[in-house]
Structures are given as C-alpha cells and as structure tokens.
Design a protein around this ligand. Structure first.
Ligand code: FE2
Length: 377
C-alpha cells in the first residue's frame, strides 16, 4: 500500500487567532477514579500529582491527577448517583470528557471561538488560591466532549486551585518513557466528519492537513474515513473518523454503539524509545493489538532502512511506516476498559509527520479479529 500521505494543497497559512501551547490535560469520567488512577500509575508509569475531593472542600466528586513528563491525566468520579457525571458514565462507560488546551489568554480564546459559532461550556472564570491563579473557559465539541482553555498565570500549586498535592509514600513506580500527547482522535457519526472538520476550521482556526478516504482505510470487510485537523503551530492534532460502508460493521460503528455516541477513540502518546516503552508497558500488563508475523517479511522493502533492529520490533509487534519526511514507529493498545471504546497509541516519530497510513490495513485487520471475537463484526 502506498504510504505517501495526501497533503491538502489548499491548506494555506492563515492568521492563528487561537494560538495553542499544546495539550494541558485530559480528563476522564470514570466509575472508580481511585482504581483508574492506579492503573495509569502502575501500568503506564504516570506519577501521582494532585487530588481534589471532600477533604479539599469538593463534596460531590473526587479527582486524581497523574503526570508523566508533559502529560497530565485527570480521573474524576462522582460521589452521588444523581450527579450529572453519573449520568455521563451511565451513558458512555468510562471515557474522555475534556481535551484541555493551554492558551495565553483563556478569555480571548472563549470570546473568539464562541463568536465564530462555538457553543459555550464554561464562561471564562478565575480560580485562585495562595499559590496563584488559573483562568479557564470552555466550549463543546463532538459528542459530549469539551475543550477547556487553560491560562496558567504564575500558578505554583499542584495542578489548579482546589487541588492539593497528592503523595503516596508507600508506593512508587517508574515512568515508561511516555512524553507528550501527539494527537487525539475523535469518532463521529455517519456523515458527521465534514461538519466537524468545518467546526475545527471555522471555530478554532485549524486546518485539514491529511485526508484518508475509504479506499485508504478499508479491509475486505469494513471501512472508515478520516481527516486530520491541526492547529497553526502543529502542537495540537485532532484526526476525525467517521464510519464508511463495508461488507461488515466498521470499527467506528462498534465504538459509536458501545460508547452510545460520539467520543474520543484514542490518544497517541509519544516516546523517544518505543522499544523500551512498549517493553515496560507490556511487562506491566498493558495489552496490545498483534499483527501477523508476515507483516515483517517485507518490512524493509516497504519502509527502507531504519535504525532499529528488526527482532525487538517483531517480538513486540511494533509497526513502521515511512512518509516523505522520515519514518515512524507505532503500536496500538487494546481498549483499556471493557466496552470496546477508548484505546491508546504509542508513537515514536523519526521525522515522519503522518499517521501510519501504510499500517492501516494490517492494523484494521487486527482490530477486526478482536471485533470478531466480541461478536461485533
Ligand atoms: Fe493515531
């Protein structure tokens, strides 16, 4: 399969009215934040960072913040059945609610995006304590997902006002080499990809940098379409997937059915040493999709010379793809909850700025085998 990405030639540089400094945090609504936070610590190597709950004056929910290099993940659980977050969990199971973006000016980010048609989630407001000030605001995106704009003045405390430092003196673990969020992918409904592409273009000033149609992303049985949206400086990338017609059910349809709507399909986390990271994650219990060993038979013919030894890649099931600018190594986890919804990608970029198109077929066949085992194909 041709692995040269389709660069959108119409994407032109424009004034970046919404300058983003990257992903500030990702917040998950989960049934049991205490246990979820422990999984991300013990398996993925995140470190305890901050806590908010009844002991800090937040009576109706608890949040644990874990951190690894530039990534902050927040796990939140409501304490009462009639809490709105309980309804979110009832509808979706565990999933991502917030993709928070770091900005210089959260008030202007909210004003500009809502003036361009974005639906407000939270008006700009200041959070203060003895450690300083954070200003946040937010808008809705696909499904029930929201973008929170985070303006960190000179905040010196743990995470945000309202949180206290979270320490666990009797348990520690090591990081796994995960560095930052590379991209976050959304699954949207039938014929909803282009409206959401338009949203990111018009409301947030993103541009469409890559397009995959159902000829690029199809196996014998199922298909999907995808457009990659990027902000001006390229720090924030949101591919948007929608299902396409195939002989059998698309993986995006399976997601929409089990998540009961649109939502975040996967978060890609970058590493500088994927062999080390995946070795660690696997030994700590993370489960990954496996491609057939025949994938490696003609690897060098497909991607040319690479710096890594073949054997560890083959042993760990790491995939390789090349574009005009370099190559990348990647691997996808199985869903990290019982519903076949959210999963993670581990990615190491060696020049390549694309998303592994050359691996789509092998990858989606691996996903279909799992779908088949679940009886959802
Ligand atoms: Fe990805």
């Amino acid at each position: 399969m041709d692995s040269i990405p389709v660069i959108n030639k119409n994407a032109t540089a424009q004034t970046d009215f919404l300058p983003l400094e990257g992903t500030d945090y990702v917040e998950f609504y989960v049934g049991n934040a205490k246990q979820a936070a422990h999984y991300y610590r013990s398996v993925l190597g995140f470190q305890p960072h901050a806590y908010a709950g009844p002991e800090t004056g937040q009576k109706d929910k608890v949040s644990y913040v874990v951190k690894q290099q530039k990534m902050q993940f927040v796990f939140t659980t409501p304490l009462k059945t009639d809490h709105p977050i309980s309804e979110h969990i009832h509808r979706h199971g565990d999933g991502i609610k917030v993709l928070a973006l770091r900005v210089q000016d959260a008030t202007k980010a909210w004003e500009d995006t809502t003036a361009r048609g974005g639906k407000s989630y939270q008006e700009p407001h200041s959070l203060k304590d003895d450690n300083g000030e954070v200003i946040i605001s937010g808008i809705h995106t696909y499904g029930e997902v929201v973008h929170i704009f985070v303006e960190r003045k000179n905040y010196h405390g743990a995470f945000m006002p309202g949180y206290r430092e979270w320490k666990t003196p009797h348990y520690s673990n090591t990081e796994t080499g995960l560095l930052y969020v590379d991209h976050c992918v959304g699954n949207v409904g039938w014929n909803q990809m282009n409206p959401w592409v338009k949203f990111y273009e018009e409301v947030m000033g993103f541009r469409n940098i890559l397009t995959f149609d159902d000829n690029d992303i199809s196996t014998e049985y199922s298909a999907l379409m995808s457009k990659v949206m990027s902000n001006g400086n390229g720090y924030v990338k949101f591919p948007i997937n929608e299902p396409a017609e195939g002989k059998k059910k698309s993986q995006v349809e399976e997601y929409l059915e089990f998540y009961n709507g649109e939502g975040v399909q996967h978060v890609a986390m970058a590493t500088h040493d994927i062999v080390h990271t995946v070795t660690e994650l696997r030994s700590r219990g993370m489960e990954f999709l496996q491609v057939p060993s025949s994938y490696y038979d003609d690897l060098f013919e497909r991607v040319g010379a690479i710096e890594e030894d073949l054997e560890p890649l083959k042993e760990l099931g790491i995939l390789v793809d090349r574009d005009e600018e370099g190559y990348l190594l990647q691997l996808f986890s199985k869903p990290v909850e019982d519903r076949p919804t959210l999963f993670f990608e581990i990615i190491q970029r060696k020049g390549a700025k694309s998303f592994g198109k050359g691996n789509f077929k092998a990858l989606f066949e691996a996903i279909e085998r799992e779908q088949g085992l679940r009886g959802n194909l």
